[in-house]
Design a protein around this ligand. Sequence first.
Ligand code: ZN
Length: 107
Amino acid sequence: MSVCPFCSSKEAPTDSKIIESRDDAHMVHLTCKRCGQAILVLVRSSGVGIQCVGIVTDLSEDDAKKLLYDRSVNIDDVLDVHEALNNEEFLLDIRERVATTRALDSQ
Ligand SMILES: [Zn+2]
């Protein structure tokens, strides 16, 4: 993290801990040492480069680990969501469903 998105500090040192790694994907917990805000970042390296998805969290590193180890959420879930959000068909499908639901509601 080169710039903290919360306190905008460019020089803020961050604590970074890898929570889980799987193949080409890593879940990293970052904490800004200046403002204390934490972010969970999914870093994924693929043939085309490195993709990052950040999730603002109030989970501590330990809590994030517990959540992942309890399997309430796992790295595959995050990857699924990430892929779905990059999938135009998925987004179109959601929009159509919302439009259909609204049309039915207004009848
Ligand atoms: Zn900060």
